[in-house]
Each structure stands twice: as structure tokens, then as C-alpha cells.
Design a protein around this ligand. Sequence first.
Ligand SMILES: CC(C)(COP(=O)(O)OP(=O)(O)OC[C@H]1O[C@@H](n2cnc3c(N)ncnc32)[C@H](O)[C@@H]1OP(=O)(O)O)[C@@H](O)C(=O)NCCC(=O)NCCS
Length: 171
Amino acid sequence: LVLRPVEQADADGLHELWSSAGVRRFLWDDQIVSLDRTREAIEQSRSLFASVRHGLWGAWSLSDNRLAGFGGLWPFREPELELLYGVAEPLWGRGYAGEMARAVIGYCFDTLALPVIRASTDVANAASVRVLEKLGFRFVTRVASAGLDTVFYELQPPLLCEPAEYERELP
Ligand SMILES: CC(C)(COP(=O)(O)OP(=O)(O)OC[C@H]1O[C@@H](n2cnc3c(N)ncnc32)[C@H](O)[C@@H]1OP(=O)(O)O)[C@@H](O)C(=O)NCCC(=O)NCCS
């Protein structure tokens, strides 16, 4: 996959992806979002990139140049940012969500030095729960959010050495 920030030129492809039954079920609570709403989201992502250097990336497969998925950090529960991802249904089960999420997480920790990345998902979204667990996210809590049984997770950057070892090195 090749990732780059989504642009207005990607609106039709993203709209098609977000409208597909498998993707919209958990992502948009099964609602079909309008093309205008998709364009607004792209504009919001562009503003985020301009101000905080992250937003939504589209992911294109190298073999056919089609939009395979998207991922990034999104203010789902403003102002909190959460990791978000989705993959075109015919491409599920190939590890693409994990691949995209690892790229986003690596950038957010290594380049932006974010102290933590949060994520949440409907309990019923077993594939998404599995993706987060495979990425090493730590379970935080399970609560009803907007009437939906939701699990919350967080991930912190890996320590380069044990804290005790680091403290011993300090003058
Ligand atoms: C969630 C989603 C992004 C996963 O994409 P993907 O590319 O298939 O994910 P990956 O291949 O990286 O990993 C999926 C894992 O979930 C597992 N999985 C898939 N369906 C599952 C199910 N019903 N129950 C349990 N595990 C499941 C897969 O076996 C795989 O784990 P494994 O590698 O141990 O076998 C994809 O299903 C999707 O786009 N869903 C709609 C959008 C969405 O819900 N996004 C998350 C909103 S927070």
C-alpha cells in the first residue's frame, strides 16, 4: 500500500468506500454519508494536516492504483483524536488495516512525538478489536457510548530502554 493524505480529487473513491455496506456498518452506524459530507471530511482532514500534521490518509494498492482503504487520526469524540481505519470489503483479511495503522502509528510517535494514541470500536466489530489487539493497544474501558456498547483502547510509544536503566544513566 501507498499512503498519502486524502485530497478533494479522492472524494468519489472515498465516498464509494464509505457507502459500501461492510464499511459503513460500523464506521457510520450503517448510514450512507453524502458526497458533500465526504468532501467536508476531506476538507477537515486538510485543515488538520495544515495545523497538526496529521489527518486522514488514503491507501492505494500498488498493483491496481485503486483506493484500498483509509486511516488516520480523527476527532470522532471531539476534541479527542482517535485512530480510524477502513478497508474495501473485497480486500479484507489481507492485513491491510494493520499495515496502514502501523504506518500511521509510526509517523505519529516517531515524527510527531505524540505521547499516546487512542482508539475505540463497537464491541460487535470483532475484526476491528482484533486489529487493535494485534497492534498492541491496551484495553482501557468498556462503556455504552451514544447507545453503543463500545471498547476504548490506548497505545503508548515503546520505551527505548527500561526506566530504571535510564534513570541510572542520569548525572
Ligand atoms: C476492521 C477492518 C478495517 C479490518 O480490515 P482488514 O484489512 O481485514 O484487517 P486485517 O487483515 O489487518 O486484520 C483483521 C483481523 O481480524 C480478524 N477478523 C476478521 N473478522 C473477524 C471476526 N468476525 N471475528 C474475529 N476476528 C476477525 C482477522 O482474522 C484478522 O486477524 P488475524 O490476522 O489474527 O487473522 C475492516 O473489516 C473494515 O474496513 N471494517 C469496516 C470499517 C471499520 O469498522 N473500521 C473500524 C472502525 S473503528
